[in-house]
Write a protein of this length. Structure first.
Length: 254
């Protein structure tokens, strides 16, 4: 038996003897193998950068607010190096409005740190296709996943975006509506960002810039919000051969 397995078995036995109801499961092999690959490749190539980041701290110019969906990793999509982006992820890439109360505000705390401490110059709200959080709001048939209904409470933030779309058309399919709502939700999160005084001030001075983006999981197409037209357009001129641009200017079927 490999030495690593023996060590894990011994640790599990000790924990069990100390009162655990059952031995702790070993750390997933997929993560250990991935870590080894990281050490042999990327960490080896960028060791100097990691050492510099450890010494000088992080100075990212970009904050990215994305969804926690495992298919949409901002660092992968934008081929980011360590220290280049300050990333916060939550269900459906939502930004709550400024609410200085006694609640626990994870996304707002990350925003405060990015803007006030790190002095980022850009904030990107990155939505994506086939988002489960957006679908959960749009599909009335879905019930709470638990008695706490944490998701249900969180996605009430999508409400104003749904009002902006005019709601689901009488003959509109759920999939089509979910995509329209995803675009509208990105715009609503940008509007909510502007309710934060620090964002208002810095954007007004031209020291902070807000952007909306949408990633189509199936095709890899990235679309950006044009602030002048309110439409999402492809980020690059040359589209992949199989990419199908998503039209977001078509009215809902009534």
């Amino acid at each position: 038996m490999p030495r690593r397995s023996i060590a894990l078995d011994e640790t599990a036995r000790l924990l069990f003897e100390r009162g655990m109801e059952k031995p702790v499961s070993p750390f997933p092999d997929r993560l250990t193998d991935g870590y080894r690959a990281f050490l042999d490749d990327r960490f080896d190539r960028e060791k100097d950068r990691y050492e510099q980041l450890a010494e000088t701290g992080q100075t990212p110019k970009i904050m990215l607010i994305g969804c926690c969906d495992s298919r949409v990793s901002p660092e992968v999509i934008f081929d980011a190096r360590p220290g280049e982006m300050f990333v916060v992820r939550n269900v459906a890439n939502l930004v709550p409005p400024f609410s200085p109360d006694d609640g626990l505000h994870g996304t707002s705390a990350a925003l405060e740190y990015a803007v006030q401490a790190l002095r980022v110059e850009h904030i990107v709200v990155l939505g994506h296709g086939r988002c489960g959080g957006i679908r959960a709001f749009a599909d009335d048939a879905q019930g709470p996943l638990s008695s706490g209904d944490f998701i249900g409470k969180w996605i009430t933030l999508i409400g104003p975006a749904a009002e902006r779309t005019g709601g689901r058309g009488r003959h509109e399919g759920l999939d089509g509506y979910v995509e329209r709502l995803a675009f509208s939700s990105i715009q609503q999160s940008l509007a909510n960002l502007r309710t934060f005084p620090c964002v208002q001030i810095l954007e007004g001075k031209g020291r902070l810039h807000l952007h909306g983006a949408y990633f189509a999981v199936a095709t890899g197409v990235l679309m950006l919000l044009d602030p002048l037209t309110g439409q999402f357009v492809p980020a690059i001129g040359e589209m992949p051969r199989k990419a199908m641009p998503i039209r977001c200017d078509e009215p809902a079927a009534s």
